[in-house]
Design a protein around this ligand. Structure first.
Ligand code: SF4
Length: 353
């Protein structure tokens, strides 16, 4: 994968690809491992810093390859502690990541595309349309950028990654899988698979492939218990209706203790009735899963409002009584528009042209 300066961005390469790359340059394979051990360290921007590589090989690398990074993100900190990073890509698009600090962990919500083609009606990114897929390096560099920002401010280290930022990750499956393998790499960023979760709006064939190719956790955005409501919220439901989606979930390839996380955003008067909770419990019967009930961030669209906490608790109670593990996720960073895609949408609107 070459960049505008016609150099190979080594952060686009998985470990096997990196090994192949150095072999093509006439080097032994262990040189690839050596480069990998440097590539994702904070502050490494230049091959001259890789002091265990021969000088001659370093100068070959400088001519043929590069180490990309995101510089100077626009950062907004919320009163509730969450932090939004807005990164500019080389072609002028912007993407965002959101850091969500909690007591025991620091989770980064990562983007997989600039914009999104899925058009979910409650989502600001959906209104932007798809600009393009992110390359593996652009996915991984969000993690490096947030990590470096945290490090420089003594804010601890990242513990978890969720792919719930801009874009539908499974619509960019090949690049996503490469990025996940880099993030998982012990000599790379060393996130174990169980600390990473990829969320899909329900692209069934890609979901099945994802389950076959990785042990990273899967989250499925459900948001409705009948096809009419789900199609109204998420146009993807026309292509992959609930029956197909749940069938794929029922047969999803997982390790023994793994669970699918179902995401259900509660929308007042739309999907938050007691009947919906009962129906949801019936639908998910037999699928190893957990349920996240999400209170909606305001998107400026009056049709979609979060119900009162009382209603959310009742919905949770109905599911719990039927044996499900159910979490309530409060929306974070409302004051910095931290729902998916909102900051990038605002920045791009403000840019000329
Ligand atoms: Fe895309 Fe996710 Fe927004 Fe749907 S919710 S439009 S899949 S970014």
């Amino acid at each position: 994968m070459r960049t505008p300066d016609n150099k190979t961005d080594l952060k686009n390469l998985s470990r096997p690809q990196l090994v192949r790359y150095v072999e093509e340059l006439g080097q032994p394979s262990f040189r690839g491992e050596q480069i990998l051990a440097w590539l994702y360290r904070p502050g490494i921007t230049d091959f001259s810093q890789m002091t265990d590589l021969a000088k001659e090989f370093r100068s070959i690398l400088s001519r043929q390859a590069r180490i990309s990074r995101f510089e100077n993100p626009v950062v907004e900190e919320s009163r509730d502690g969450s932090v939004k990073f807005c990164f500019s890509l080389e072609d002028g698009h912007t993407i965002e990541s959101v850091l969500i600090p909690e007591e025991e962990r620091n989770t980064l919500c990562v983007s997989s595309q600039a914009g999104c083609a899925m058009g979910c009606h409650f989502c600001v990114t959906g209104k932007m349309g798809l600009k393009r897929n992110l390359k593996p390096a652009e996915i991984v560099n969000q993690v490096c950028g947030a990590r470096d920002w945290m490090f420089s401010r003594g804010r601890g280290r990242l513990t978890n990654l969720v792919f719930m930022g801009m874009g539908e990750p499974l619509a960019n499956l090949d690049n996503l899988l490469t990025a996940l393998s880099i993030l998982n790499e012990q000599r790379g960023l060393d996130f174990s698979n169980r600390r990473m979760t990829v969320s899909t709006c329900g692209l069934v064939p890609q979901m099945i492939e994802f389950g076959r190719k990785t042990e990273v956790n899967l989250a499925v955005s459900l948001h409705a218990v009948d096809n009419a409501t789900r199609t109204m919220l998420m146009p993807v439901n026309r292509t992959y209706p609930l029956e197909d989606l749940l069938e794929a979930c029922r047969h999803y390839q997982m390790k023994k203790r793994q669970r699918i996380m179902f995401e259900y955003t509660l929308l007042e008067g739309i999907n938050d009735a007691d009947d919906s909770a009962v129906r949801l419990a019936e639908m998910l019967r037999g699928i190893p899963c957990k349920i996240n009930l999400l209170a909606m961030n305001s998107t400026g669209d009056d049709r979609f409002r979060s119900p009162a906490m009382e209603r959310i608790l009742k919905f949770q109670d109905i599911l719990r009584r039927r044996g499900y593990t159910v979490f309530i996720r409060q929306s974070r960073g409302e004051d910095i528009s931290a729902a998916c895609g909102q900051l990038a949408g605002r920045v791009e609107q403000a840019l000329p042209g």
